[in-house]
Design a protein around this ligand. Structure first.
Ligand code: SF4
Length: 90
């Protein structure tokens, strides 16, 4: 299980991440977000085999705006969504 977090203060919309991992999308503010269940978020937890994709997106980001880390369990709601970017609920 791992968590992807996007630092929206650092992101400048270069979108090198999108071609590495299609869960990254451009939102209405022109910045990167993570698409989860037809919603977008700046932080999301996954329990799948796509961590390598996320790691490649993080490595490709020129501004180090993407962080991927292991988590023990889903803590539930996430913090600080962008104004039009929804939180991911469990
Ligand atoms: S590559 Fe980094 S800076 Fe560019 S859109 Fe993705 S998260 Fe933002």
């Amino acid at each position: 299980m791992y968590r992807i977090t996007i630092d929206r203060d650092a992101c400048d919309g270069v979108f090198a991440c999108l071609v590495r991992d299609d869960r990254f999308v451009e939102d209405s503010e022109g910045l990167a977000a993570i698409e989860v269940d037809d919603r977008t978020a700046i932080e999301a937890i996954f329990d799948d085999d796509r961590r390598d994709d996320a790691e490649q997106a993080a490595a490709a980001c020129p501004l180090d705006a993407i962080h991927v880390e292991s988590v023990e369990e889903d803590p539930g709601a996430v913090d600080a969504p962008a104004s039009d970017t929804e939180e991911v609920q469990p």
